[in-house]
Design a binder for this molecule. Sequence first.
Ligand code: FE2
Length: 285
Amino acid sequence: MTYLSEDGSHEAVNARMSPQTPERLKQVMESLVHHLHDFIKDVRLTEAEWETAIAFLTQTGHMCSDTRQEFILLSDVLGVSMLVDAVNNRKPAGSTPSTVFGPFHVDGVPEREMGASISLDGKGEPCLFEGRVLDLDGNPIEGACVDVWSDNADGFYDVQQPDIQPQHNNRGIFRTGPDGRYWFTGIKPVSYPIPDNGPVGKMLGHLGRHPYRPAHMHFLITAPGYQRLITHTFVAGDPYLESDAVFAVKAPLITRFQERDASDGSPKWKAAYDFVLPPENSAEA
Ligand SMILES: [Fe+2]
């Protein structure tokens, strides 16, 4: 019997799948339908709530464009993006933890000379970022590509303000030498709200949640023979560390931004962080 009843609802739906359905698709869909039906029974979803859900998802789709991905925002604020990251990036002990990629990385950023400034708009408090890229034994990794990006002093990425900020403002790619060191000048990042003028922002409002992310610098580090690392360093002391709208904070990524004497023209802040990359085929922790 494959008529749908309340009791056997998910079995009725899953029984329609063809025997030719690829194994992984079958596994994913069976579990999805099962959990979705359990959710509806659990909360006894009303018809009005079902209509609200359909309208919400419709608005979420309409909000998407080439420069705005409202579904990723939805995934982020529900903790889904971080959970997908967690189940896919179980790294050996001693490795630098990963965190969300976020929607603001761009390809084609120029490789800059080590030590160069990435701040092109002259705004914000200059900060020296420095450290090493290391393997699990503490040896330097030569030829690591360190791709960095942050918001500007107003809390916006260059791609959010193409008419205001210079292209590639607060972005750069640096390549380590034999000592594994990287250093460049950026700005001390500031906390910023995720775009909240759409349905996801409205949902956060209904839930009594703010849209802010604690200040952070993004890093994408790749090196031949090592696992790719996507992560941030977070500014210690930021008021939103405990309530990041997208749940991306991990304790080892919180970094002390040290205030320095800038009277000689050197950057006012310094943020030192060493990144540790496990080898490409290493086992999980
Ligand atoms: Fe960010």
